[in-house]
Design a protein around this ligand. Structure first.
Ligand code: PLP
Length: 430
């Protein structure tokens, strides 16, 4: 077989990129269930420590993971990628690769709650300051938030659970004017709906636990490098340019060129933190990726139908879904994700916390789970579950209404999904 073409369409890349069987090879990606690899000479292994072109130990690289990394890099249009054990690990390493103690970075406040904790609490303990800016800040306001020690900007294409749309070009402009990269968590869109590199983003991260896996099977994360950021020219990243004494005195920019960021992440951070993805998990993730391009448009179609139906329901106070023309983020969504806005909807039920819980308990088809972006419809009540430590006043400050329900629309027939919602509204109303 021939390698998947660079300009192949997304559907084709989902099936063929990353792994090309040679004569007699297995059709499906083999699971290389081995921690280590045999070599005939000590010198060969020594050479691999200098230039990691082949797997030598599965914490650094594994052939099954390598195939999946190449597939996701191809889908995003990047030069390289690194799988991690979770989305949390991916975001942590993506930031730590550019920030050290004494540095700061800018993040919009409308992002996933786990990332808020990581940035506001744990990275702070590492001596890294997160400067929060509003997602609707102007270029001048973002620029004003910069400090001498600010090393990157972070945002989420489509925020979980607020469903705000991140203006990638706006933030990329300010990041580049200040000689730092833009990092975007593209979990909810996946490269099928949005490819942030096309709009000037430099590094993409994902929780592959969500749509990429898609089947609620296995947690994972990935960092993808566009290869476009010029670390040497920036002048703000001496540890990309100067010899790394912990890695045979290598200069990442000199030795690895456009792969400097992703190889540094692997050879420094994965080496030291060890939060890598197991081969079997990568194999399962690949099964999800094979159908990603077919699944995403159907989630979008089902969710838009459900979102429209919810807006017409007398028990619903408000619906957030950027696919709706009435949504404040609709115009940005049309620019960045014209083919659809994923399957996730947030809506506020009239009557607050008690009514929301009653409604959730009345559902028969949708599952009540701490998860999102599954192939099956699922719901979550932030006020009593993920954000239960907050008082009602704190919830309002965090932009979460006590009656807010996050509905992740799955691939069941949309009429069955609506029928389930309807019977739950009826029971709640009674
Ligand atoms: C779930 C999620 C994460 C964290 O991913 P895990 O795989 O659960 O660690 C990060 N970012 C976004 C947008 C998410 O939805």
């Amino acid at each position: 077989m021939k390698e998947c073409k660079k300009d192949a369409k997304l559907e084709t890349k989902c099936l063929h990129a990353g792994y090309t069987p040679k004569n007699g090879d297995p059709r499906q990606i083999p699971i290389v269930q081995s921690t280590t690899y045999c070599f005939d000479s000590t010198q060969h292994i020594a050479d691999l420590f200098d230039m990691p072109t082949e797997p030598m130990y599965s914490r650094f690289a594994n052939p099954t993971c390598d195939a999946v990394e190449k597939k996701i890099a191809a889908l995003e249009g990047g030069v390289g990628a690194m799988l991690c054990s979770s989305g949390q690990a991916a975001n942590m390493l993506a930031i730590l690769n550019v920030c050290s103690a004494g540095d700061s970075f800018i993040s919009v406040s409308s992002i996933y709650g786990g990332s808020v904790n990581l940035f506001a609490v744990t990275l702070k303990r590492f001596g890294i300051e997160c400067i929060w800016v509003d997602i609707n800040a102007t270029e001048d306001e973002i620029a004003a938030a910069f400090k001498q020690n600010t090393k990157c900007i972070f945002g989420e294409t489509l925020a979980n659970p607020a469903l705000t749309v991140f203006d990638i070009e706006k933030f990329a402009n300010v990041a580049h004017a200040n000689h730092v990269p833009l990092i975007v968590d593209n979990t909810f869109c996946t490269p099928i709906l949005c490819r942030p590199f096309e709009f000037g983003c430099d590094i993409v991260t994902h929780s592959t636990t969500k749509y990429m896996d898609g089947h609620a099977i296995q947690g994972g994360g990935i960092i993808v490098d566009s290869g476009k950021f010029n670390w040497a020219a920036s002048g703000k990243f001496p540890d990309f340019v100067q010899p790394d004494e912990s890695y045979h005195g290598i200069s990442y920019t000199e030795s690895f060129g456009e792969m400097a960021y992703i190889i540094k992440a692997r050879m420094q951070l994965m080496r030291d933190f060890g939060c890598y993805m197991a081969a079997h998990s990568a194999f399962l993730l690949n099964m999800g990726l094979e159908t990603l391009a077919v699944r995403m448009p159907q989630y979008c179609k089902n969710a838009l139908t459900v979102a429209k139906w919810l807006t017409e329901n007398d028990m619903v106070e408000s619906v957030s879904y950027p696919g709706l023309e009435s949504d404040p983020y609709h115009d940005l969504a049309m620019k960045y994700m014209p083919d659809g806005c994923s399957g996730v909807i947030s809506f506020v039920i009239k009557g607050g916390r008690e009514t929301a819980m009653h409604f959730m308990d009345s559902l028969e088809l949708a599952s009540n789970v701490v998860h999102v972006a599954d192939i099956r419809t699922c719901v979550l009540h932030p006020a009593s579950e993920t954000h239960r430590q907050l008082t009602d006043e704190q919830l309002v400050a965090a932009g979460i209404n006590a009656g807010m329900i996050r509905l992740s629309v799955g691939l069941e027939n949309v009429n069955d999904i609506i029928a389930d919602l309807k019977q739950a509204f009826d029971k709640t109303r009674a």
